[in-house]
Design a binder for this molecule. Structure first.
Ligand SMILES: NC(=O)c1ccc[n+]([C@@H]2O[C@H](COP(=O)([O-])OP(=O)(O)OC[C@H]3O[C@@H](n4cnc5c(N)ncnc54)[C@H](O)[C@@H]3O)[C@@H](O)[C@H]2O)c1
Length: 510
């Protein structure tokens, strides 16, 4: 079949599948260019969005037709590198363009929910980066929008859900090959350096800061300083990337790297909803800088069947520049960033975004290896096939079987938010006080010993520095509202709900 024949059959197949699903076949089939290409726009591409552009450009029958970024320097560079694409500063203007079928979004976290909702309201298929939201409330509205516009195909950006080996290991664990799951661990030992001291900085004139902030309050920037001798990293300026370390826009490494690991850890547990209980411990240690979010963090989400325990360590165990991180456990392929699932008859280790290994409980001998390593994956599958999986579902005209369903990303994102909320409502205490307070939780106690060991190797003593013991929170797993003693504060705007700044208010869809 020639590419043109296959494009024609793609339109025909989309129309038939949509008709069979009771949708407007006409609308669906019309959502393609004249030659049948799927016409895609990428939003936000200073860094992660460049991968989206690359992935989209190598898919057959898919055309990059527009780029949107609020930094005019980023936009100009992108348009120059991709002749023929249309450039936009304001995404709302771009969405008016009827010659765009699908939108792939890699803007900062606080924009995901509103931009996702706008895209669906404009009738575009949606690929949206993790985490799904800045707070639980807005994530629920995006899920409600995807249910309302269910003819549109949505993929969340948790790409390890396309990992071939991870999918195979999940299947075996879910079918009970290794017995019950006893605990599922999300591990994120990733060095995060100081971002330098706080100082008010002007926003570069190339950035439309009103659009960049979107629903978030237009707070001044205190980041982007490189004068600190401890600051070994090159600052990305007062706007880009380091927003991750401020509550107004980001949620620390829980919302940045660890949402990937928490998502897969919950998937292994086969738990479809948020957990009924959560508590966390953490702090920002080792340096003083402008950032607000913790660089050292543990939490336990208590599901009825088994706990999900998270460990995030941001300091390397050596002060040497670019020193390697500790690894978790003594497995032949122990992860710095990954998932460790302890089952009755085996321990499953996910050391990357694609593969998994089942080890014997006591001898740690390999029982089974799942999938290829990351550098062997191709477009037919694996994490780099995540956009391909989205496009194939657009072609089939169904969300059924898509690798990263939107609601799953929402639930996992709600877990990182609930852990952060527990931390933000907590109190600073010494190690001895925390140890006494958590002694009824074996999982948390054991993780806290590891956290102290990690901090000790980095010269931090919790008797002097104190860590935050988070508030113990309970959550209604259906409404996702907090209940019990801390409910009022936990459900307040600051933590779980932010309606957004006009004219970027989050519409109440659900
Ligand atoms: N799936 C993954 O493995 C992965 C990896 C890295 C980052 N990410 C996610 O991708 C997102 C972007 O991360 P990053 O590191 O590229 O951040 P970044 O700050 O470096 O880049 C964000 C880009 O978005 C642009 N932008 C901001 N507001 C915009 C708006 N209203 N409209 C259009 N463009 C806008 C910025 O100008 C910038 O070019 C984050 O949510 C992050 O969590 C995912």
């Amino acid at each position: 079949m020639t590419p043109q024949q296959s494009r024609r059959s793609f339109i025909k197949k989309s129309a038939l599948t949509a008709a069979a699903a009771g949708l407007s076949a006409c609308n669906h089939a019309n959502a393609q260019g004249a030659n049948g290409d799927l016409r895609v726009a990428v939003v936000g591409f200073k860094s992660r969005g460049l991968n989206h552009i690359q992935d989209i450009k190598r898919l057959e029958g898919v055309r990059l037709v527009a780029l949107c970024d609020v930094d005019s320097e980023v936009l100009a560079k992108g348009v120059a590198a991709n002749p023929g694409v249309q450039g936009y500063e304001d995404m709302r203007k771009m969405l008016e363009n009827k010659d765009i079928d699908a939108v792939s979004i890699a803007s900062p976290n606080h924009l995901h929910s509103i931009q996702g909702i706008w895209s669906l309201q404009a009738g575009k298929h949606l690929f949206i980066e993790k985490p799904l939201s800045h707070n639980i409330y807005e994530g629920r509205q995006l899920v409600a929008a995807s249910e309302k516009y269910s003819n549109l195909i949505v993929q969340a950006g948790t790409q390890s859900r396309s990992g071939v080996g991870i999918r195979a290991a999940i299947k075996d664990v879910h079918s009970g090959v290794y017995g019950k799951v006893l605990v599922s661990r999300a591990i994120c030992y990733k060095r995060r350096k100081s971002i330098g001291p706080a100082k008010k900085n002007a926003i570069p004139s190339t950035i439309n800061y009103d659009l960049w902030c979107g629903p978030a309050p237009m707070a001044e920037s205190t980041r982007g300083n490189q004068t600190d001798p401890d600051n070994e990293t090159k600052s990305q300026g007062p706007v880009h990337y380091d927003w991750h370390w401020f509550w107004n826009w980001g949620g620390g490494d829980l919302c940045n790297q660890c949402i990937h690991e928490i998502d897969i850890a919950r998937w292994f547990l086969n738990e479809p909803d948020v957990s009924p209980e959560v508590v966390s411990i953490g702090g920002r240690f080792g340096y003083r800088d402008a950032a607000e979010t913790p660089n050292t963090f543990i939490s336990v989400h208590n599901y009825a069947k088994a706990p999900l325990i998270t460990e995030v360590y941001g300091l390397a165990s050596s002060k040497a520049k670019n020193a390697a991180m500790n690894k978790y456990g003594k497995f032949p392929k122990a992860p710095e960033i990954g998932i460790v699932v302890e089952c009755e008859h085996a321990t499953i280790v996910v050391p990357d975004y694609n593969s998994a290994i089942a080890y014997g409980k006591d001898d740690r001998k390999v029982i089974k290896s799942y999938g290829k390593s990351v550098d062997q994956v191709d477009l037919s599958g694996g994490q780099s096939g995540h956009h391909a999986n989205w496009v194939s579902h657009i072609r089939k005209g169904t969300n059924e079987g898509i690798h990263s369903p939107l609601r799953d990303c929402h639930v996992s994102t709600a877990l990182v938010h609930s852990a952060n909320i527990s931390y933000r409502l907590g109190k600073r205490q010494t190690a001895a006080e925390i140890t006494a307070a958590i002694n009824s939780s074996a999982g948390l106690s054991e993780a806290f010993v590891r956290m102290q060991d990690h901090l000790g190797k980095n010269g931090v003593n919790l008797t002097n520095s104190k860590a935050v013991l988070g508030a113990a929170l309970t959550q209604d797993t259906k409404t996702e509202l907090f209940t019990g003693a801390n409910a009022a504060r936990a459900n307040a705007d600051l933590c779980a709900r932010r309606d957004g700044r006009a004219p970027f208010r989050i519409p109440a869809v659900g």
